[in-house]
Design a protein around this ligand. Structure first.
Ligand code: HEM
Length: 447
């Protein structure tokens, strides 16, 4: 009599064990992405001072492409993918369809990113396009996990619509990157090298990264600042306008049509609408301004400056002496000022919570978000980092190596302090040990 019961229970037990393993895998997945991002960020900020004089010379050179992708892929894209793996299933109430594919996706992403950075650094284009192909496979696997969650909410949820579009544009950006690098070996593309480059840059930096940040912040910023989430009605239109203008600008640049300046102004208008909406939300806040909001506000200030510099660049072009000074200043404002400030601020709210949840999923002793947060160096990070970005961009715009060098060192100081404390927080998702604060007998226990 006992045997059939055991036989009936065995598959159920196996299923339970498998689903527990899957939930642990998914719980840890964003942490793997964040740890990867923090390591690439540390590498990028340490390397920047050594590249400054080359950038002041001319921004478009293979070693600079390596540095740029340490930030854009290693730091920015890894952080955003990590957030989306946690945020999208929670928001859409639709589990990730292929949890095991997600682990392979991460592995391919790391291999492709290290590959593209090292081949850029050595100027080996065959290795660059091979790595770009690996990245396209990784991005397609990411999309295969995101689309089943996001597609049913297309047009109904603001954040979901924005993230669906931005994931599509990441695929486009990666494919253009692949074609541009293939062209260096086979020389089949027409048009101007810098104009083709600008098409990839806009699909990636605006279509993928900025669109995702806008979409996520429409939901997240009210959640951090207001007692109740109120997503403004205009938000979906702003996201659609930004996506359409970015696609139009990218295509215009790629196939050499007229109208790049018009589409640049359309992007600026869509971003201005976003800034005004965010300004309204911050003014009506009930919560105090913390470091998340401080970094978000600094990011928005950098976005305003990046829009101004972007429009000047659209009018004068990057080819002349003035343009070649403004282009790296514009890039630094966008990637280090706007995007990175946003990620740093958001990480203070999200990363300790994700690590705490991963511990619970592993069945380890629970700790609170505040026990996992290192708050003391946040002023240093905020001031050194932003002062550094200001000096770096001024140095690029004025062609002053000294100014840019001092800025890069300040960025490195803030960036290393940030990466070290972030990795300390994330490490508790991988080890049973608890932080010292959790050993206090008077501590308030997490519920
Ligand atoms: C997704 C995979 C990606 C691939 C395969 C890729 C590939 C490339 C390639 C091959 C170039 C050089 C093109 C040329 O010399 O003509 C390039 C340049 C550039 N990419 Fe990417 N990229 C990717 C993602 C990104 C992302 C996500 C961003 C921004 C957020 C970005 C920003 C840039 C910038 C700013 C440059 C120009 C840098 C300079 O001139 O110094 N890329 N990319």
């Amino acid at each position: 009599m006992i045997a059939p019961v055991k036989e009936a229970e065995a598959p159920a037990t196996r299923d339970f064990a498998r689903s527990k393993r899957d939930s642990l895998r998914i719980g840890r997945l964003p942490i793997h992405f964040f740890a990867t991002a923090a390591i690439f960020f540390a590498c990028g900020v340490v390397a920047t001072p050594f590249f400054v004089s080359q950038i002041v010379d001319f921004f478009y050179q293979p070693p600079i492409l390596a540095l740029v992708h340490t930030f854009t892929l290693g730091w920015i894209t890894a952080s955003i993918m990590g957030v989306m793996y946690r945020y999208v299933p929670a928001l859409t109430r639709h589990p990730i369809s292929y949890p095991r594919v997600a682990m392979w996706q991460l592995a391919l992403f790391i291999i492709g990113t290290i590959g593209i950075i090292s081949h850029f650094a050595n100027g080996i284009w065959v290795g660059t396009w091979f790595s770009a192909a690996i990245l396209i496979v990784s991005v397609a696997m990411f999309a295969a996990n995101m689309f089943p969650c996001l597609y049913p909410r297309l047009g109904r949820g603001v954040a979901e619509t924005g993230m669906f579009l931005s994931t599509c544009l990441l695929l486009v950006a990666a494919s253009i990157g692949f074609v541009l690098s293939l062209d260096k070996t086979y020389n089949f593309l027409g048009g101007d090298v810098l104009t083709n480059l600008a098409s990839h840059v806009h699909f990636a930096a605006i279509g993928w990264v900025t669109l995702t940040i806008c979409a996520v912040s429409y939901r997240m910023l009210p959640a951090f600042l207001l007692p109740k989430i109120q997503v403004p009605r205009s938000a979906t239109w702003q996201l659609l306008a930004l996506a359409i203008a970015t696609i139009a600008l990218g295509v215009t640049l790629l196939i050499g049509l007229r109208g790049a300046i018009f589409w640049s102004f359309a992007i600026a208008a869509a971003l201005l609408a976003y800034i005004i909406t965010m300004g309204r939300l911050v003014r009506s806040r009930r919560m105090p301004i913390d470091f998340t909001a401080r970094h978000a506000l600094a990011g928005i200030a950098w976005l305003v400056l990046a829009i101004v510099f972007g429009l000047i660049l659209a009018i004068i072009g990057p080819q002349g002496i003035e343009g070649s000074r403004i282009a790296p200043a514009y890039g630094a404002m966008g990637l280090l000022g706007w995007i990175s400030n946003f990620i740093i601020g958001m990480s203070y709210q999200l990363f300790p919570g994700f690590a705490a949840r991963a511990r619970v999923a592993a069945g380890w002793r629970a700790v609170t978000i505040s026990e996992l947060s290192v708050k003391t160096p946040r002023w240093l990070v905020f001031i050194a980092y932003n002062a550094g970005v200001a000096l770096l961009t001024a140095g690029f715009a004025l062609s002053s190596i000294l100014l840019a060098q001092v800025g890069a060192v300040a960025i490195a100081i803030g960036g290393i302090a940030y990466s070290a404390t972030t990795l300390w927080t994330l490490s508790f998702a991988y080890r049973k040990a608890v932080p010292k604060a959790a050993l206090n007998p008077m501590r308030v226990l997490p519920s």
